[in-house]
Design a protein around this ligand. Structure first.
Ligand code: ADP
Ligand code: MG
Length: 241
């Protein structure tokens, strides 16, 4: 059994089908880059995996638990799968520490002292242990995104979904965020990353999944996918002939 099993997943919005039968199994500790043009369904797929969208057909399971369309299951699933977005979505009126503690105390009902200890540990892990008492607007975009990563880690997820987490950052801030992700990968975290950072995908990911028009159009090891893309669509996406 794989950690995440995605079987024949379809998703429609109204009459428009945006996921057209996705099959993807993710092993624990795998780091997968999801690439593809805008509109190909990458974000929708991640949102389906952590239950932010309900699927129209097929099945998704995480660590053996089926994602079913009921509140109890969805809540359990969201606790297991962390998600980080392009926008950091930190609460501006809370300190960095407060932001990292919040879902723990509110969603998991973790006692405050324990939540604080976890928050400090996770902020340490992303290199921001010294900014516990700062407010988000005192931090750079790269630091804010690292806080968002710490916040996701504080929930002790079994997998992390990252949706273009460096796309909103100034170029000089991208590396510090990718360095954190690289470290998580090295520590064995299971990661699914929608990314435009092809060099990162090549260096860090164990598998690359190319989505095109709601399907997994091509997938494989980065060295194969980048060096010898098999389909015209992927060659065009990568800008090679
Ligand atoms: P990507 O992340 O690859 O750019 P998305 O998953 O965001 O692609 O979108 C895939 C398609 O689904 C797009 O055509 C988009 O317009 C459509 N879509 C996404 N979310 C919604 C929604 N909530 N309602 C209607 N259409 C949507
Ligand atoms: Mg997207």
């Amino acid at each position: 059994m794989s950690l995440i099993e995605i079987t024949e997943v379809r998703k429609s919005f109204g009459s428009t089908e945006v996921l057209k039968g996705i099959n993807l199994d993710v092993e624990a500790g795998e780091v997968i880059a999801i690439i593809g043009k805008s509109g190909s369904g990458k974000s929708t797929l991640l949102r389906c995996i952590n239950g932010l969208e309900t699927i129209t057909d097929g099945s998704i399971s995480v660590a053996g638990a089926q994602l079913l369309d009921d509140e109890v299951h969805l809540k359990a699933l969201r606790l297991k799968v962390g998600m980080i977005f392009q926008q950091f979505n930190l609460f501006p009126h809370l300190t960095v520490g407060g932001n990292v503690m919040l879902s723990q105390t509110v969603v998991k009902k973790t006692p405050k002292a324990e939540a604080e200890a976890t928050a400090r540990k996770m902020l340490e892990r992303v290199g921001l242990g010294h900014r516990f008492d700062a407010y988000p607007d005192e931090l750079s975009g790269g630091q804010q995104q690292r806080v968002a990563i710490a916040r996701a880690l504080a929930m002790q997820p079994t997998a992390l979904l990252c949706d273009e987490i460096t796309s909103a950052l100034d170029p000089e801030l991208v590396a510090e965020v990718l360095a954190v992700v690289r470290e998580l990968a090295a520590e064995g975290m299971t990661l699914l990353m929608v990314t435009h950072e092809m060099k990162f995908a090549r260096d860090v990911c164990s598998r690359v999944v190319f989505m095109h028009q709601g399907r997994v159009h091509e997938a494989g090891r980065p060295e194969d996918v980048f060096a010898s893309p098999q389909t015209a669509e992927l060659r065009q996406f990568l800008g090679v002939s």
